[in-house]
Design a protein around this ligand. Structure first.
Ligand code: 2U9
Length: 344
C-alpha cells in the first residue's frame, strides 16, 4: 500500500507540473484529493491492515495528500500571477500617444441669427417673450382678427390637433397673451422668437416648421414713424450701415395699415441683380399698425392706445446673410453644412 501511495504521489506531481491552466489544476485536485479519489480509496481500505501497518499507511497517505495539495496551491498561485502579468501587459496604456480628437460642435446658424436679432432689439428697450407651440384656435386666429371663415385659416395651412387645438402658425399668440397679462396698461415692447408650423410641402424656400421673430409695441401715441425708426435702426445694425429701407403697402388681417419692409440689395447696390429680382430691393419682413380689434381683444382701449407689430422669418434672414440657397439645409443636420458656422 505504501508503494501504491508513492506511485500516486509521483503520478500526481508529474501531472501538476505538466498542467498549464487553473482549470487543469482544479480537475487534478478533484481527481487526486476528492472524495472519490485514489488516496481516499487507500484510506478506506485501511481496515484490512494490521495494527502495525495502519499508522504507517495513514501517515504516508496524509503526507501524500498534503504534498499534492501544496504543490497544486503553489502552481495555482504561479499561474494566476502569470495570467495577471499577461493581462496587465496586454491592457497597458501608452500615455505618450496623442489623444483622439473630440469633434467640437458649433452653434446652429439659426440660433446665432436669433441671438443677433434679439441683441439688437434688447438694445432698443425690447424684452424677449416666449409661449406654447401648441395653441388654441382663439389665440392663434380669433384674437388676431381672423374669424372662423377667414381664408388664412384654411385647413391646408394649419396642423390641427383637435377642433380647438393646433400647432401655432405664427408666434402672434405670444403677443396676445402678453397683452392680456398687462391688463390694458402699456407700454408693451416685446419680441417673440420661436418655432411655427404650416402645412407646406417642403422645398428650397418652404419648410413645414420654421422660425419666426415677431415684435409688438403698444403704448399711448405710437405712430407709423415709430415703426419706421425702429426698422431703420434694426436694418442698419443687422445688414450694415450702408443699407437703405423702404416701406411698401400690404395687407394683414391683424394690422391696418400694413406694410412690407424692403432693404436695398447689397449685391448690386440697387442696380438690379438676380438676388433682388432686378428691383434693387429685397423684402425682409411684414408689419403694420395693430388693428383696433386686436388691441381690444388683448384688453387695450384702442381709443387710448396704439401700436405696431412686425413679423419675420428667421431662415430668410440667415439665407440672406450667409448666401444659403435652400431652407432644408437648416433642418437636415449635415455636419458639413453646420461646421461652416463654427466661428459665427
Ligand atoms: C399681434 C398683433 C399683430 C405680426 C405681423 C407680419 C406682419 C408678417 C410674416 C413675415 C414672414 C410671417 O414668417 S413669415 O411668414 N409676418 O408679415 N406679422 S404683422 O402682427 C401682429 C402680431 C400679434 C397681437
Amino acid at each position: 500500500m505504501l508503494d501504491r501511495l508513492q506511485e500516486l504521489k509521483d503520478e500526481a506531481i508529474q501531472k501538476v507540473n505538466e498542467a498549464n491552466s487553473v482549470k487543469e489544476l482544479k480537475d487534478l485536485r478533484v481527481a487526486y484529493l476528492g472524495k472519490k479519489g485514489p488516496i481516499t480509496e487507500v484510506l478506506k481500505g485501511m481496515g484490512k491492515l494490521s495494527a502495525e501497518e495502519r499508522p504507517k499507511v495513514g501517515q504516508m497517505a496524509n503526507e501524500v495528500r498534503e504534498a499534492v495539495a501544496d504543490l497544486i496551491n503553489e502552481k495555482e498561485t504561479k499561474l494566476e500571477e502569470e495570467a495577471l502579468v499577461a493581462k496587465l501587459r496586454e491592457e497597458s496604456i501608452d500615455v505618450t500617444l496623442p489623444g483622439r480628437p473630440v469633434g467640437k460642435g458649433s452653434k446652429h446658424p439659426l440660433t446665432s441669427v436669433i441671438e443677433t436679432i434679439e441683441d439688437i432689439f434688447i438694445g432698443m428697450g425690447f424684452t424677449v417673450a416666449e409661449g406654447p407651440e401648441v395653441e388654441t384656435d382663439y389665440y392663434n386666429f380669433e384674437s388676431l382678427n381672423l374669424p372662423k371663415d377667414h381664408p388664412a385659416r384654411d385647413m391646408q395651412d394649419t396642423f390641427f390637433i383637435t377642433n380647438d387645438l393646433l400647432l401655432r402658425t405664427q408666434t402672434s399668440p405670444v403677443q396676445t397673451r402678453t397683452m392680456e397679462k398687462h391688463e390694458g396698461r402699456g407700454p408693451v415692447k416685446i419680441i417673440c422668437p420661436g418655432k411655427v408650423y404650416r402645412r407646406d410641402e417642403d422645398d428650397a424656400t418652404h419648410s413645414h416648421q420654421f422660425m419666426q421673430i415677431e415684435g409688438l409695441v403698444v403704448a399711448e401715441g405710437i405712430r407709423m414713424s415709430d415703426l419706421k425708426g425702429i426698422f431703420e435702426q434694426f436694418v442698419k445694425r443687422y445688414f450694415g450701415q450702408d443699407r437703405e429701407i423702404r416701406l411698401r403697402p400690404s395687407f394683414f388681417p391683424f394690422t391696418e395699415p400694413s406694410a412690407e419692409l424692403d432693404v436695398s440689395c447689397a449685391i448690386c447696390a440697387g442696380k438690379g441683380c438676380r438676388t433682388c429680382k432686378h428691383t434693387g430691393w429685397i423684402e425682409v419682413l411684414g408689419s403694420g399698425m395693430v388693428h383696433p380689434n386686436v388691441l381690444s381683444m388683448g384688453g387695450f382701449d384702442p381709443e387710448k392706445y396704439s401700436g405696431f407689430a412686425f413679423g419675420m422669418g428667421v431662415e430668410r434672414f440667415a439665407m440672406l446673410k450667409y448666401g444659403i440657397d435652400d431652407i432644408r439645409h437648416f433642418y437636415t443636420n449635415d455636419t458639413r453644412f453646420l461646421s461652416q458656422f463654427n466661428r459665427v
